[in-house]
Design a protein around this ligand. Sequence first.
Ligand code: HAM
Length: 434
Amino acid sequence: MFGKFEILISKFETVTFKTIRGTKDILPAETPRWQYVESVLRAVFHRFNYKEIRTPVFEQTSLFARSIGELTDIVGKEMYTFTDRSSESLTLKPEGTASVMRAFIQNNLGEAQPLVKLYYLSPMFRQERPQAGRLRQFHQFGAEAIGSPFPEADAEIIAMTIEIYRQLSLAHCALKINSVGCEKCRPRYKKILQAELRTIAPQLSEESRRRIEQNPMRVLDSKDENDIRLTAAMPLITDHLCEECSSHFGNVKALLTTLHISYTVDGRLVRGLDYYTKTAFELTSDELGSQDALAGGGRYDLLAQELGGKPTPGVGFAAGIERLMMIIEKNTMLNGLDVRPTIFLAAADSSSRSWVIEKTMELRSRGIAAETDFLQRSLKAQMREADRQRAAFVLVIGAEELKRQTAALKNLRVKGEREVSLADLPKILSEESL
Ligand code: HAM
């Protein structure tokens, strides 16, 4: 008895459910813009001959720990990791490269062709402190060119990244590039840097102090003003590259110049993922706040081996869609995009309702965006609805029109009307919507 009473109480309790902190609904007013952006970037990817890959939203935790690096912020602090019912540790993907490389190895994608060019569009998950441009579920588009060790592949990835923003008419993007070296030159440089950093360790921020031993190059990437000042004269990797890395970097820069892509070399750019070798780059926008990175990427020649595959070089990039949207919203570009019906069919009386429904369905099956009334509203209210939906045409059907088999097709855009035969409606509308 008591149990039943409890259930009753909880049934009448008012609860309100909200999105989890750092996640967002993308509402119908915004989705047309998202769809437009997605269509532009897909078109660019296809023009560059990249093919889409879709990987699962969660993977084994160790895949990310191995690829991104145990000591990175992403793996150490930000992953959404959980144990499933079979006690396996799983993680919602914080980025796409590890999953793409896992899929490349697992499915032997390299067997069929020497260079595999893949792109993706997917939600990603990182438990960061939410702020403008930083979410816990965000969306990335990205691409990976797997199989070429050559600078032409780096240049294509960078050129493709830039081309996407160009196609979206985004000006004011700045490209920063660096080379983070390889397994031959980086350890040597790290030692030199570490020794220098140790001499100023007590004055550095706690985070940077910790990084001196674990990941000294990240100290140069610190956002702390005092750290930036103190490390201003530190040796840079670009002055300690081995011959191979140095020549690769030189060739990437020369190719960017050939492709009329302007860039600045930023010897302090290291990025927050450990799999990079040689080229690293970031595209920033001064229209964003402190989270100003629109896109980032680079080369990862050791990742395939790290994940148990054959040694296979790769280079890629990824970009956040929400950050891109922040700029697009600011510029009020694309505000007019919407899903609108071509025609609204209004029933003048109850006897014509079923005809109107049937005709609406017929038009839809013939590829015409048609809408009608589902709330049994008055004719006046239906006309208001047609206006609100911003339909291009409205057709009013009553007993009289059905008898005549003709009706007045009102053009709501140019405010005119003409008598049309109901049988010809699909043909007329297909021609009109062209
Ligand atoms: P990433 O720099 O970690 O690189 O992320 C790429 C982009 O994703 C960022 O520039 C930013 O626009 C967006 N982004 C990252 N975190 C958030 C967040 N919390 N909220 C909103 N947007 C965010 C990678 O993920 C690498 N996988 C890129 C890559 C591909 N390198 C080689 N291939």
